[in-house]
Design a protein around this ligand. Structure first.
Ligand SMILES: [Zn+2]
Length: 225
């Protein structure tokens, strides 16, 4: 039996990691390959009308991160719900702390007998800033418009038909905050995967298809696809 494959796709906001994950799912073409997006799980959680959901919703609206324990609870619940039904999973934008990295390792060791691999879609701070200052997102499902489509000024979301807007926290100050967080918290995660020889480094400053072929080749070299 083929081993379960668990991938964590990491990158600064603006790196295009979401687009790469979509391409990856399309190419793998397996309905049992689970896609874990912590942001989506959190948004579903805060739609519930309970006091904690309201509190966390308020934090996120002010541009703060939801607490790790809640994020971790939500993805672990998804895994538990799907025991025996998945052939693998890709995390998008998780882990972002060393603690989470070790937790994902623990869960994957017990549930699937595998160690996850990280894919780092790398772009410079300057490029992240440049992209985020022109970024457009869907007001309804929150998905960003892929960068290669921004120039065509879409009015509605291709996924859900929602209106396309700018995100309030895509301003200079909030962007610098996110980059600072990435340096402080996520770079050690990347260094750790590298030390473990479980890092696939991809240059994110190329056109979408070139980024994807580098990513796919990296996965093939590791016999992950
Ligand atoms: Zn949408």
């Amino acid at each position: 039996m083929k081993k379960t494959r668990i991938l964590c796709v990491i990158g600064k906001s603006g790196s295009g990691k979401g687009t790469q994950v979509e391409l990856l799912k399309e190419k793998i073409n397996d309905a049992r390959f689970m896609h874990v997006v912590s942001g989506d799980l959190l948004r579903a959680f805060i739609r519930q009308k309970n006091p904690l959901a309201q509190k966390v919703g308020g934090m996120m609206n002010r541009g703060n991160l939801a607490p790790d324990w809640l994020t971790d609870h939500l993805w672990q619940a998804e895994f538990l719900k799907n025991i025996g039904k998945i052939s693998g999973a890709v995390f998008e934008g998780t882990p972002r702390t060393l603690n989470q990295t070790h937790l994902i390792d623990d869960v994957c060791a017990t549930m699937f007998d595998v160690k996850p691999f990280a894919v780092y879609v790398a772009i410079s701070d300057a490029e992240a800033k440049r992209r985020l200052l022109i970024r457009l997102v869907c007001a309804k499902c929150k998905q960003p418009v892929p960068y290669h489509l921004i120039a065509s000024r879409p009015k509605t979301c291709s996924l859900c038909g929602g209106p396309i807007v700018r995100r309030k926290d895509d301003n200079e100050k909030a962007i610098l905050n996110r980059l600072r967080f990435f340096r402080k918290s996520v770079l050690p995660v990347i260094a750790w995967y590298r030390k473990q020889n479980r890092l696939i480094y991809v240059n994110g400053e190329q056109d979408v298809s070139a980024v994807f072929s580098e990513l796919w080749n990296g996965l093939r070299k590791r016999r992950l696809v």
